[in-house]
Design a binder for this molecule. Structure first.
Ligand code: HEM
Ligand code: FES
Length: 737
């Protein structure tokens, strides 16, 4: 039975504290039926939200299913131009999604970074000398608007008039004059989009609208003007206020939590990881909705055909079954499973662009007005947070700073530098243990290298096109050089062997980063566990902790003494607190005894081979200290290479039904790598099999599933798969690509 419950996601109680509101229902009645807003069934658990959002055959996004000509993907339904593909179901939505995907791939967004940095610099320049600003009016609204509209090809005079209405619609009460003005603004927006589409059909330029008007359907026909207007309208609506909301929420949070602000300033490389945690916590789009096309069941409760179903992303993001201590915002939490970008066919197409704009704004604030203080008494929140959360005014004060003008490459903010590959010269390549080569790297012009903190890795772009990541193991205070250590893995996919073969003094290599997914938290004391080449990030951490005078213990195991790099350096930093345990002399360490020495304030860091990490995780769970364990799972510093074990794989062919091409997927390749070249607009995000962005229909052949998203029935049916991790057990797979 689905219980009738007094529930309303637009109620004052929910607006006051949505997380607590959903929690109170998740515990007592996780799925229920309410009469609010014409009646709907609500969900609160991660698993139920995923189930509804992914099952688009049963739960529709279309207006027609809801029986009215109003936007049906939110409750209550609203007015507005019908937007493709978000308001369609597959297969109708697929063509429009394929149309926009190539514009928003990670590579395409990377090419936009200089433009994003230029706009951010200009926008911050306009207020940085004043010492005060309203972050919404002056930064978080104008920047995403300028970037989105410039990218699409709208001239500067359109940026403010087009951005305003969308923000007004989200920020103003539904029946207010301001909301009405917003709706009128949308009519103007539609006219301007139509004019630009016509112009670009005649005079193509180097912008996204020119790309869209030139694209063809699979049957060779161009897209109609109304279709393009709809898609472009969605790109504007999707791109502007969502990113505004995220950035505003984070600025308010950082003003209230100076420790976290300081940590981000000191370790800018932590921003990538923190971005996902902020998205999880603040979910700009708090909830969406679907309409049941047939009688169904969600979380054990029946849903009738025609009923509306609320899928609150924010509730899923705070489900303790998936995110322990969900109310806590932890900058180093791995929050990548959050649903703030949705999940399933409609998962946000602009996620990479949103992250890039957000990081640029936060980086500019943290580097240019680091002491900003939000004036709490002047904060104005959206009137309801049922569908969209955010701030309408964020007044702030700060120490005035200088304008920057057009950013030069050397003056570019850190986030920009981290995103753009750059060349370094190998100044030394030295064997430091059996099969381990330590490389010292410097900038070709001898300039300072981007800053990093212990736990960070550097991404190498090898001449073959392989991308490999290695932890930095030198001294972060030495800004003139980086050091990494590479274990030659002859059974691997060739990245480490390629780097070993080319590495000698004087050779130039291209790198990107540094980035940090394994940051060192401040703690009373530390227990470091390193296995084999997993010593690399641990060495940098031990050096930093010892330098700070923090009590520590470092236990380092390896096959034999000669295979263990940097043992002497570890002893140099940790003295008698370093324990070197070669397996051929000491056997395997007694993990229970080692972990038993951890006190209540000890942070435990572990990096090493997968088997060791699993053993440490099990022991920590047994001893009840799992919440203090920080792990770097991929000891060789190359997550894709190590996560992907080619042993036991077989090669197979993938036939791409739409283009008629066939590509070979080697044993040591993933499907997504093999087909990316042939299908340039491929959608993907996590590349680990859990976000659903790369889900692809299988038309023939037997997929071998390696994701953590598909249900047992979906696996069994073999009709869909995640091509970032999945393979094939048949010699040939035919994909709907
Ligand atoms: C932090 C910022 C953003 C958030 C939180 C966000 C959130 C979402 C969510 C939850 C969906 C799923 C809708 C559903 O399941 O019905 C979605 C879809 C979409 N978003 Fe975003 N979005 C953001 C930024 C952007 C940007 C910058 C763009 C593009 C310029 C964009 C374009 C789209 C499009 C086109 C879709 C529809 C995809 C489809 O129907 O296949 N979004 N977004
Ligand atoms: S890219 Fe996330 S599941 Fe494949």
């Amino acid at each position: 039975m689905t219980r009738q419950v007094d529930f309303d996601h637009h109620s004052a109680l929910c607006t006051e504290d949505p997380v607590a509101y959903y929690e109170s229902f998740r515990e007592g009645c996780p799925v229920g039926r309410t009469t609010a807003h014409g009646g709907y069934v609500y969900t609160t658990r991660y698993a139920d939200v995923v189930r509804v959002a992914r099952d688009d055959a049963t739960f529709s996004s279309s207006r027609a299913a809801a029986g009215r000509d109003r936007v049906a993907i939110v409750i209550p339904s609203g007015p507005g131009l019908e937007q493709y593909p978000i308001e369609l179901d597959p297969p109708d939505s697929t063509g429009y999604r394929d149309l926009i995907n190539p514009l928003l791939t990670p590579d395409a967004v990377e090419r936009l970074r200089p433009m994003i940095a230029r706009h951010a610099t200009r926008v911050v320049d306009a207020f940085v000398e004043l010492g005060s600003a309203d972050f919404v009016r002056d930064l978080t609204n104008p920047l995403p608007a300028a970037v989105t509209l410039d990218w699409l090809g709208f001239p500067e005079e359109d940026w403010a008039p087009l951005a305003g209405p969308i923000h007004d619609i989200f920020a103003a009460p539904a029946d207010s004059d301001r909301a009405r003005r917003g709706a009128e603004g949308l009519v103007h927006m539609e006219r301007r989009i139509r004019e630009l589409v016509r112009l670009r059909r005649e005079e193509p330029a180097d912008d996204a609208v020119s790309f869209l008007v030139a694209r063809r359907r699979p049957d060779g026909e161009p897209f109609g003007e109304d279709e393009l207007v709809s898609v472009i309208g969605l790109l504007i609506a999707g791109g502007v206020d969502t990113t505004t909301s995220l950035t505003g929420s984070v600025l308010v949070h950082l003003s209230r939590n100076p420790d976290q602000r300081r940590r981000l300033i000191e370790s800018p490389d932590l921003l990538d990881t923190a971005t996902e945690e902020f998205l999880r916590a603040f979910a700009p789009s708090q909830s969406m909705a679907r309409t049941a096309l047939a009688d169904a069941e969600v979380g054990g409760c029946p849903v009738r055909a025609g009923e509306r179903v609320l899928i609150p992303w924010v509730a899923a993001n705070h489900d303790p079954a998936v995110f322990p201590d969900p109310a806590e915002i932890r900058l180093d939490r791995d929050a990548t499973r959050h649903l703030s970008f949705g999940i399933g066919t409609h998962r946000c197409a602009g996620a990479h662009l949103a992250r890039a704009m957000f990081r640029e704004m936060i980086t500019q604030v943290l580097t240019r007005l680091p002491d900003f203080r939000v004036l709490e008494e002047g904060l104005v929140a959206y009137p309801t947070r049922g569908n969209q959360s955010g701030w309408d005014a964020i007044p702030a004060v700060f120490t005035p700073g200088p304008r920057r003008g057009t950013p030069s490459s050397s003056g570019a903010p850190a986030a920009f530098q981290q995103a753009v590959p750059f060349d370094v010269v190998i100044t030394a390549a030295e064997a430091v243990a059996d099969g381990v080569l330590a490389l010292t790297l410097a900038a070709p012009d001898g300039e300072a290298l981007p800053a990093w903190a212990p736990g960070a890795h550097l991404e190498f772009r090898l001449p073959s096109g392989r991308i490999r990541q290695y932890s930095l193991c030198g001294d972060p205070e030495d800004r003139a050089s980086y050091r990494v250590a590479v274990l030659r893995e002859d059974g691997g996919r060739g990245g480490s062997a390629e780097l070993h073969d080319l590495a000698r003094a004087g050779v130039t290599v291209t790198v990107k980063g540094p980035r940090n997914h394994f940051p060192l938290v401040s703690a009373e004391d530390y227990l470091f566990l390193a296995g084999g080449i997993g010593i690399t990030p641990i060495l940098a951490m031990v050096r930093a902790a010892a330098r700070d005078g923090a009590p520590l213990r470092a236990v380092y195991g390896g096959r034999s003494r000669s295979s263990m790099a940097f043992g002497d350096e570890l002893v140099e930093h940790a003295g008698e607190h370093a324990e070197l345990l070669p397996q051929d002399e000491h056997g395997l360490p007694d993990l229970d005894a080692v972990l038993g020495s951890a006190g209540p304030g000890t942070a435990i860091y572990c990096c090493g081979p997968a088997g060791m990490i699993e053993a440490v995780e099990r022991a920590c769970a047994r001893l009840g200290v799992g919440d203090r364990l920080h792990i770097e799972r991929f000891a060789a510093g190359d997550d894709l290479e190590v996560a992907f074990d080619p042993a036991g794989n077989t090669a197979f062919d993938v036939h791409l039904a739409r283009s008629g091409r066939t590509v070979r997927v080697r044993e040591d390749q993933r499907i997504i790598e093999a087909v990316r070249e042939a299908v340039p607009g491929l959608s993907y995000d996590c590349e680990k099999g859990y976000c659903g962005a790369c889900e692809t229909r299988v038309l023939a052949g037997t997929p071998e599933h390696r994701d953590s998203l598909l249900t047992p029935e979906e696996r069994e049916s073999g009709r869909t798969m995640m091509i970032c991790v999945g393979r094939s057990t048949s010699p040939r797979l035919v994909l709907d690509l």
